[in-house]
Design a protein around this ligand. Structure first.
Ligand SMILES: Cc1ncc(COP(=O)(O)O)c(C=O)c1O
Length: 426
C-alpha cells in the first residue's frame, strides 16, 4: 500500500469478553462442558421473554409502517413519551441509536481529537476504546477503589482536570460495569460540581439504571445535573431484555447553556441523520411496553433474582482473604480483585489433555495474572470468566455473571471458583 492504512487507535480495539471464546472452543473440543460466565446473554442462558411483551411486538407488526424508516429526527411520539417522564428535557433533546454501543462511538467519534473525556479505571471497554481511538492516545482515567466499595477518588478527578486542560468531559458509568458499583449521591454531586467549576460536560452511562437492587440508592443525572451540559445514555438492551433489538438513546441536558456543546451535539445528530434512522421497531413499541402495568413488576422480579445470586456469591466468596469481594449493587455481574501479596505467581494449572496443556501454556505465557487465572480456570474446570485487567485496569481481577438460573448449579460454580482461587494461594 502506498499509504499506511491502520488508524493508530486500532490497538485500543480489543474485546476480551469474546476473545476468550476461541480458547473455550478448544477446551470444549477436549470433551469438557463450558459454563459461559463471560458474557451477559440472558437469551442464550435460557431467559424467556414474557408473552405479553411478544404480544405487543406482534401487534405492532400488523402495521406496515414499523417496517419502514422512521422520521430522520427519530420517532417523535416515542421521544415525546420519554420527554414526558423528564421535566429537564424536551423531545428535541433525545436521539435514538442502533444500540447504545453506536451512541458511545458517535459521542467520542465527533469530539475534536484534542478534547479528552476522563473515564473510570476500571473502564467499560466500549467507552475507553472509543475515546482512546478517537484521541490516538491511551484513555485518561480516574481510579475506582475496591477498598472503598469502588467509589471514585474525587480529589484525583479534580487534580487531573485541573492540570490537564485537554480534559473537556467526565464519564461516569452508574450503575457501573464491570465493578457492579452503584455510586452515592454525594460522590456524584461532587463530580457534577467539578464539571461546573471547570466548564466541562458530563457523560453518564445509565443503561443499567432500572437494574439497581435498592431503588432508594439510585441517583440519575437528571436529578443532580443543575445547569451543566451533559448526556445521559439509556437503552432497552438490559431492562427487557432485548439486546438484539439494538435500541439505545441519549438524553441531552442543558444544550442551551453552552453554544460549543450545542454544536457538538448537532454534529452527532447530523452524523445520525446521514444514516437516515435507527432501528424502527423497538422505537414503536417502547412506550406501550414501558407503560404496561406488568413492566415494572417484571423488571423488579428479574432484579430480585439477581440480588439473590449476589447474596450467594457473598456467602461463598465474601470471606476469602485472598480476594477483595465487593458485593454488587445491581444486576448482572459480580467481580473480585486478587490480593496479589497472597497469590503464588508461579502456580501452573495442570490439565490431563496434553494438547490443551500446550495451548494453555502458549495462551498465558507472559500475560497478566488475571488472564492466567481465567484461562487456567477454563482449561481445568470449563468455567469461562473474563479477566478484567483488560478493562483498562491496574487491578488483577475477574468478572462473572449472576445469570445461572439453577441455584444449586450456581453454588457449585462458585465453590469451584473458590477452590481454584485457593490453589493459587502462596
Ligand atoms: C455500561 C454499558 N454501556 C453500554 C452498553 C451497550 O449496550 P447496547 O447493547 O445497547 O449496545 C453496555 C453493554 O453491555 C454496557 O455494559
Amino acid at each position: 500500500m502506498r499509504q499506511k492504512l491502520l488508524h493508530p487507535g486500532y490497538k485500543q480495539l480489543s474485546y476480551e469478553i469474546r476473545e476468550i471464546v476461541w480458547f473455550a472452543e478448544k477446551v470444549k473440543s477436549t470433551g469438557l462442558d463450558i459454563c459461559w460466565e463471560n458474557i451477559w446473554d440472558p437469551i442464550a442462558k435460557g431467559e424467556r421473554i414474557p408473552d405479553w411483551v411478544k404480544e405487543i411486538i406482534a401487534k405492532a407488526l400488523e402495521n406496515d409502517k414499523v417496517f419502514g424508516y422512521v422520521h430522520s429526527k427519530w420517532l417523535l411520539s416515542t421521544r415525546e413519551y420519554i420527554a414526558s417522564k423528564n421535566d429537564k428535557i424536551g423531545p428535541e433533546d433525545i436521539i435514538f441509536f442502533n444500540g447504545l454501543w453506536e451512541a458511545i462511538n458517535k459521542i467520542y467519534g465527533y469530539l475534536a481529537t484534542s478534547a479528552r473525556v476522563l473515564g473510570p479505571n476500571p473502564a467499560y471497554s466500549t467507552h475507553s476504546s472509543a475515546e482512546a481511538a478517537n484521541s490516538w492516545a491511551d484513555h485518561l482515567t480516574y481510579t475506582l477503589d475496591p477498598n472503598n466499595e469502588w467509589n471514585p477518588d474525587v480529589e484525583e478527578i479534580e487534580n487531573k482536570v485541573k492540570f490537564n486542560p485537554n480534559i473537556a468531559g467526565i464519564l461516569v458509568i452508574n450503575p457501573d460495569n464491570p465493578t457492579g458499583a452503584v455510586f452515592k449521591r454525594d460522590v456524584l454531586e461532587k463530580i457534577v460540581d467539578i464539571a461546573q467549576r471547570y466548564d466541562l460536560f458530563l457523560v453518564f452511562d445509565e443503561i443499567y439504571e432500572k437494574m439497581v437492587y435498592d431503588l432508594e440508592e439510585r441517583v440519575v443525572l437528571k436529578d443532580i445535573i443543575w445547569d451543566v451540559p451533559g448526556i445521559s445514555m439509556k437503552g432497552m438492551s438490559k431492562e427487557l431484555p432485548w439486546p438484539g433489538g439494538r435500541c439505545g438513546w441519549i438524553e441531552i441536558y442543558n444544550q442551551d447553556k453552552d453554544e460549543e456543546f450545542k454544536t457538538y451535539m448537532s454534529s452527532v445528530l447530523m452524523s445520525k441523520m446521514l444514516e437516515v434512522c435507527s432501528t424502527s421497531l423497538p422505537q414503536y413499541v417502547l412506550p406501550t411496553i414501558y407503560e404496561d402495568e406488568r413492566f415494572t413488576p417484571y423488571v423488579r422480579s428479574r432484579v430480585e433474582k439477581y440480588k439473590r445470586r449476589a447474596d450467594i456469591a457473598e456467602e461463598i466468596l465474601g470471606g476469602l482473604d485472598e480476594i477483595i469481594f465487593v458485593k454488587p449493587g445491581w444486576a448482572f455481574y459480580m467481580s473480585f480483585v486478587f490480593r496479589m501479596d497472597q497469590m503464588n505467581e508461579d502456580y501452573r494449572a495442570e490439565v490431563s489433555d496434553a494438547g490443551l496443556q500446550k495451548d494453555l501454556d502458549t495462551a498465558i505465557a507472559g500475560k497478566r495474572f488475571d488472564k492466567r487465572f481465567c484461562y487456567s480456570l477454563l482449561a481445568s474446570t470449563g468455567i469461562c470468566t473474563v479477566p478484567l485487567s483488560w478493562f483498562n485496569s491496574t487491578y488483577e481481577w475477574i468478572r462473572m455473571t449472576l445469570l445461572e438460573d439453577d441455584e444449586d448449579k450456581y453454588r457449585k460454580i462458585l465453590e469451584t471458583v473458590r477452590d481454584e482461587i485457593l490453589k493459587w494461594k502462596k
